[in-house]
Design a binder for this molecule. Structure first.
Ligand code: SF4
Length: 136
């Protein structure tokens, strides 16, 4: 019988940040329960936090960046993808100005990530066109 490892973590599905305990066997999540020690949720979770983890091991989950080349999405490296993004943003900014670029930030990410996102837009891009459902 496989040994069950217990991994404490924080749910990333919404900004509440519930503490979770993952039960892991053979490097696969087999169960999730609320962390009783977590001050935010004291062992409780909503249905997403407890059950919506099948995507973690889904065979069709995206694991690499894809760049559209000649109408077809082609697997690329992260370096290639970041170079592509930087070149496209630079070209758009030079041709149309900073306000031609906008960004929609993720409400499910951390405050720190949202801070960096708005900082990037305001300083590197030079635009205030940033929003998210958490009003980034
Ligand atoms: S368990 Fe539910 S309420 Fe808690 S952080 Fe996850 S999605 Fe949000």
């Amino acid at each position: 019988m496989a040994e069950t490892a217990k991994v404490r973590t924080v749910c990333g599905y919404c900004g509440t940040g519930c503490g979770l305990v993952l039960e892991v066997e053979n490097n696969q999540i087999v169960k999730i329960r609320g962390d009783k020690e977590a001050p935010v949720n004291k062992g409780q979770t909503c249905v997403k936090g407890a059950f919506a983890y099948k995507y973690v091991h889904a065979p069709n989950r995206l694991k690499h960046p894809l760049i559209r080349k000649g109408g077809t999405l082609v697997q690329s490296t992260w370096d290639e993808a970041y170079d592509f993004i930087a070149k496209r943003l630079t070209n758009i900014k030079e041709k149309h100005g900073s306000d031609a670029i906008s960004m929609f930030a993720c409400a499910r990410t951390t405050n720190e990530s949202n801070y960096i996102t708005q900082k990037f837009m305001r300083t590197a891009i030079g635009s205030n066109h940033i929003d998210g459902c958490n009003r980034t």
